[in-house]
Write a protein that binds this ligand. Structure first.
Ligand code: ZN
Length: 344
């Protein structure tokens, strides 16, 4: 089968489209014929590699997918051949203390499709069957293929960790990325007032069409001053950060006293200074958030279906152009999700 793979860590030129052996379903697994697979920033981290984490052999990239169940391993009861399903890319052991509590993304052996096992940028992929969920009926295939990772990450950040309430003010940095746009949609769903930031007026206008109440272009405007003006000097209730080092100091300057800061990613880097004085004196709450539990995924899917929410789709590329698709994401030129069309 054809797949987008890497043999070594590096820049975009290490991504190859190659023929690799078809996967076989292990016990409790199903093999999907992949229709469409969404890109995530995680693909960049996996490709570049982490210090000390050597790649062993050929690795298939990709975490999100929609596809059709094609083959079942032993002891699979929740899906059957022919089912149209999406993949929850979070992998957990299923039997530790944290899994027993239903907090799969807290599992010490937590992994992600395309990171800790072969990914979805392939004509076929083997997935633990309990990670397969019915495709939401109202979504087009390209939308469904990009839903999982960004949406479950945003859902857990807003609903489970920060517990955003109607009428609260939420600041979302870097609108245009998948998780940030999902966070905007979910914050509006619960009736929050949303402030978004970007360096692109086009992305800000797109966010306002999706319901953002206030837009700040950080290239021309001072984010802290604008937030103070919008909130009458009070600050926001919740800062939602998937940007990391570049926005971390702004979070502390923009949240109200006893506000919450929730962080799910570090696209601009993992090391930042923290104002301990602001943390204790303003009685702030800092919340880390990774992907989501099975229950977060279920709630997210249900909310998406009932409210007929759609992931914002930027562009769809054929699998052969995986490198071009990744280049666009890496340059930050996208508004919403980029997808790979793998079969019709
Ligand atoms: Zn576990």
């Amino acid at each position: 089968m054809k797949a987008a793979v890497i043999h070594e860590n590096g820049e975009l030129d290490v991504v190859r489209i190659e023929d690799v052996p078809d996967p076989k379903p292990g016990r409790g697994e199903a093999v999907l014929k992949v229709t469409c697979a969404g890109l995530n920033h995680l693909d960049i981290w996996v490709r570049k590699g982490r210090p000390g984490a050597a790649l062993s052999g050929t690795h298939v990239l990709g975490s999100d997918a929609v596809g059709v169940v094609d083959e079942l391993g032993e002891r699979v009861e929740n899906v059957k051949v022919g089912d149209e399903v999406i993949v929850n890319p979070g992998l957990s052991c299923g039997h530790c203390e944290f899994c027993a509590r239903g907090q799969q993304s807290e599992c010490p052996s937590f992994g992600i499709m395309g990171l800790s096992r072969p990914g979805t940028f392939a004509e076929r992929v083997a997935v633990p069957a309990r990670n397969l969920w019915p495709k939401p009926a109202h979504l087009a295939l390209d939308e469904a293929g990009t839903l999982s990772l960004a949406s479950v990450t945003a859902w857990r950040m807003l609903m489970t960790r920060a517990q955003v309430k109607p009428g609260e003010t939420v600041l979302i940095h870097g609108i245009g990325g998948g998780a940030a746009l999902c966070a905007l949609q979910f914050a509006k769903l619960v009736g929050a007032e949303v402030i978004v930031t970007s360096s692109s007026d086009d992305k800000l206008a797109g966010a306002q069409r999706l319901g953002a109440d206030h837009a700040i272009n950080y290239r021309h405007q001072d984010v802290v001053e604008c937030v103070k003006e919008i909130t009458g000097g009070r600050g926001v209730d919740v800062a939602v950060d998937s940007v990391g080092a570049a926005t971390w100091p702004l979070d502390f300057a923009c949240v109200r006293r006893a506000g919450r800061i929730v962080l799910c990613g570090v696209t601009t880097g993992p090391d930042a200074e923290t104002s301990l004085r602001a943390l204790y004196w303003n009685q702030l709450t800092i919340l880390g958030s990774t992907m989501g539990s099975d229950e977060d995924f279920r709630q997210m899917l249900r909310a998406v279906a009932v409210n007929r929410l759609r992931p914002v789709l930027d562009e769809v590329f054929p699998l052969d152009e995986a490198r071009q698709a990744m280049a666009k994401m890496e340059a930050g030129r996208q508004f919403g999700k980029i997808a790979l069309r793998i079969s019709s």
